[in-house]
Design a protein around this ligand. Structure first.
Ligand code: URP
Ligand code: ZN
Length: 459
């Protein structure tokens, strides 16, 4: 029997912040009470005085070991999940991406083989990259047999994994019947392809044209069409990585008409802006992700949508590529720069520093958008996202009395750059407990490399 007693922490849940002790036995929280007595039989005791205790972070949008023409994203499930732990994230949702024509269940089995290297628990969103009746039948099996509650669709990436609006409508009708979610990458595929071709034909090949070929309307026009389909099909949708103020305005209008829609954004759309693409030479390539970084005005508006609760989740879309050896595939053609950036290790400290400490969100709001809401939306609450009896013992003990600076040289995530290089942070992760085991201590770094488990989810 393994046991941990956490004493005197300020325990932050979505609806309460209370000084309490937490008793953990064999991976589960068995009690959260005012004063739990020390006893000789308890294996580990942690003094969390002056610290917060948060539910382990849940990053609901990551791409570990993602195959691309520039090689796989540079974090494997093993390295990426270790970086996640160091950053206070104890659960991730990654993706299965079947090739066009491939069986969903075969692709799922293959992805599970790769994902079992994860050191933290993980769920998988199933991407729908093509459509026919067989896909509909397999969607049902994914939900009923495999515990998948979310299907990912891409309106960008035409010709590879992207689908069109007709196919999306079919996916949404099927998901609605199954009472599960459709998550959508909203970028107008045709529009951005046309813009890209025009840029290249005019010799505009540098990284900044990645952003210029994907202006705000490439995103929000797609958001508008997806919301119209959500109204028509009654399917609940989750818009991934919202990057523009106009998209959020449309989402809130839809909500006022009772359309069920969730919104996610990422720290990079809050903390960085499109001036990064003006960097010398090819350096802007490190910031190439889709959608691209937006104007300073958009970042301000997005923070307001975080503060007022319109944005449900902060995920990272963690999909790192090294500048040397991967991003540089696009040195003479920005369309060949692999899309994606790292963030899994920095999410909690960034949202604490620039959210909580800037008075944009409360501590309870912080745990909602970094953990609780993802578990609720994707169907694994209260197993995770809650510090209470019977929940998984996935916890972060956070010391607010420290300062740090983000640097690629110091990171666990496997990438030769960090888009937040030099950002100052307040507070740090003192301990991470995952399934009842201490897996990180600030003094010692990462401690163990325990296997994570696949999460069966249920709506
Ligand atoms: O640039 C991004 N977002 N890369 C990851 C794949 C995706 O589109 O989500
Ligand atoms: Zn993504």
């Amino acid at each position: 029997m393994s046991s941990i007693l956490i004493k005197n922490g300020l325990v932050v849940n979505a609806n309460s912040t209370l000084k309490n002790d937490i008793m953990i036995v064999d991976g589960k929280i068995i009690s959260v009470e005012n004063s739990i007595e020390l006893s000789a039989s308890i294996e580990n005791t942690i003094d969390a005085s002056d610290c917060y205790v948060f539910p382990g972070g849940i990053d609901s949008h990551v791409h570990l070991d993602l195959p691309t023409p520039a090689g796989n994203s540079s974090d494997s499930f093993e390295s990426g999940s270790r970086a996640a732990i160091a950053g206070g994230t104890t659960t991730v949702l990654d993706f299965v991406t079947p090739a066009r024509g491939e069986s969903l269940l075969n692709a799922l089995n293959d992805r599970k083989q790769i994902a079992k290297k994860s050191c933290i628990d993980y769920g998988l969103h199933m991407s729908i990259t093509w459509w026919n009746d067989a896909v509909a039948k397999e969607m049902e099996r994914c939900v009923k047999e495999e515990g998948i509650t979310s299907f990912k669709t891409y309106l960008a990436y035409k010709g590879t994994i992207g689908i069109d609006y007709k196919e999306l409508e079919q996916v949404m009708r099927c998901a609605e019947r199954l009472n599960v979610l459709v998550t959508v990458h909203c970028e107008e595929g045709e529009m951005l392809l046309k813009n890209q071709k025009q840029c290249i034909s005019e010799g505009k090949t540098s990284p900044k044209y990645h952003a210029l070929s994907r202006p705000d309307d490439v995103e929000y026009l797609a958001v508008a069409k997806v919301l119209a389909l959500a109204e028509k099909t009654k399917c609940a949708v989750y818009i991934v990585h919202v990057s523009t103020a106009e998209s959020m305005r449309l989402i809130n209008v839809a909500r006022s008409k009772d359309i069920k829609v969730y919104a996610e954004t990422c720290p990079h759309y809050l903390l960085l802006n499109d001036t990064e693409y003006e960097r010398e030479g090819f350096a802007g390539a490190a910031y190439v992700m889709s959608p691209p970084l937006r104007s300073h005005e958009n970042t301000i508006a997005l923070w307001n949508y975080v503060s007022d609760g319109s944005i449900d989740t902060i995920a990272t879309d963690h999909c790192p590529f090294n500048l040397i050896g991967q991003k540089d595939m696009g040195i003479s053609d920005f369309t060949k720069i692999p899309n994606g950036v790292a963030g899994i290790e920095d999410r909690l400290k960034l949202m604490y520093t620039y959210g909580v400490m800037k008075n944009r969100i409360s501590l309870q709001h912080f745990v909602k958008i970094t953990s609780v809401n993802a578990a609720l939306i994707f169907g694994f609450y209260p197993q995770k996202g809650l510090i209470a009896k019977d929940s998984d013992a996935d916890l972060v003990i956070f010391n607010p009395n420290t300062k740090g600076v983000i640097s690629a040289a110091m990171q666990y995530q496997r990438c030769d750059t960090n888009i937040y290089e030099g950002f100052k942070t307040l507070g740090s992760i003192a301990y991470v407990i995952k399934n009842g085991i201490i897996v990180y201590k600030s003094k010692n770094g990462l401690l163990l490399n325990e296997a994570g488990k696949y999460i069966h989810r249920c709506m």
